[in-house]
Design a protein around this ligand. Structure first.
Ligand code: GTR
Length: 334
């Protein structure tokens, strides 16, 4: 069954690739200039998508129409992992994925999935916008992925179908959906739950059919993906601050001239600043909406969750590079 699934996925990736080639070929006959193709997995009302639309407008303005952007949202072109593969082979130009997906391609970014790594949002962005963040963005380069910056994806918290998760003990015996990330798997295991990797697009059905008992995400994703229709308990334990990462494929990037790169960098920086402004509002609105829909929101003590995730830290502290990055991040926040 797995083999059948894998070959279906391969056929799908091939068809997407072939379809995109036709799109790109079509664009070559269009107006002069370049159309940048960007795909992501989020809804069109999500702050990240809105900020990408702004990036496209900025690019057109800055370049006098020489650069345009076409955005494919909602996993139209595949899961985050599949999209990164399209970037690597040069069929697609840009994307944004969760740092948790990127860690499969850029190993240093694994540390971003560690629970309670950052003191708060401000400290997180000081670190991500500084030299440590740059080191993480550059880690994908040898794997044909160029990180351009970090969007705000807030803090992730647990939501469940039949009982609130207010202590790691509540995870025992529960199948918890995680992103396709070893760090997330280690974290849930370390806290006592049974981690089950499932792609974002398949999660609603998985929850509905009871394939998993619980999942975790930030308020806007919980709300916009309508998971609150199935999960009526949301516990704001805020275990990870796993940012979304804006990425260009190096096969695309390396074809650009210096001026085009500068336009993209400027439009990307503006887009990131704009999205971070939208985020706080989106979070508040999402919490209000899910509460109105009958979700019970709790704010559990975070300490037992932090204590429960020590094993996940130990695994990475033993690695020279990851251990150094963890120490640097801790020192920065002292
Ligand atoms: C969201 C994130 C997505 C996706 C999703 C997930 O918060 O923005 O990129 O990774 O989480 O849980 O898969």
């Amino acid at each position: 069954m797995n083999r059948k699934r894998t070959s279906l996925k391969t056929i799908r990736a091939f068809l997407i690739g072939a379809g995109l080639c036709l799109v790109l070929a079509g664009c070559r006959q269009g107006p002069p200039g370049r159309t940048i193709h960007l795909a992501h997995g989020l809804d069109v009302t999500h702050s990240v998508h809105l900020a990408m639309v702004r990036m496209g407008e900025d690019l057109e303005r800055l370049s006098g129409g020489r650069l345009r952007m076409e955005i494919f949202p909602n996993q139209q072109l595949g899961s985050e992992r599949e999209i990164l593969e399209l970037l690597q082979i040069g069929t697609l130009d840009m994307t944004k994925v969760s740092a948790a997906t990127l860690e499969n391609f850029a190993p240093k970014t694994r540390i971003l999935g560690l629970p309670y790594l950052f003191r708060d949002r401000e400290a997180a962005f000081e670190i991500l916008d500084g030299p440590i963040g740059q080191e993480l963005l550059d880690d994908g380069l040898e794997f044909w992925l160029k990180g351009l910056g970090f969007y705000d994806a807030g803090f992730r918290s647990f939501y469940a179908m039949d009982q609130p998760i207010t202590h790691p003990d509540d995870l025992v015996g529960k199948k918890v959906r995680v992103m396709e990330s070893v760090t997330a798997i280690n974290m849930i295991r370390s806290m006592g739950g049974a981690p089950t990797p499932i792609s974002w697009g398949e999660l609603y059905t998985a929850l509905q059919q009871g394939v998993v008992d619980a999942a975790e995400n930030n308020p806007p994703s919980f709300y916009l993906a309508r998971h609150y229709e199935v999960c009526k308990y949301y516990s704001l334990d805020e275990h990870t601050f796993s940012p979304d990462v804006l990425i260009a494929g190096t096969r695309f990037w390396d074809q650009l001239n210096e001026q085009e790169k500068a336009w993209i960098r400027e439009a990307a920086d503006n887009s990131i600043a704009y999205q971070r402004e939208l985020w706080a509002l989106a979070e508040a609105e999402a919490l209000e909406k899910v509460a109105a829909a009958g979700v019970e929101i709790s704010r559990p003590d975070k300490r037992p969750f932090a204590e429960g995730s020590r094993e996940a830290y130990r695994l990475y502290e033993a690695d020279t590079t990851l251990g150094r990055l963890i120490r640097q991040i801790k020192e920065f926040q002292q």
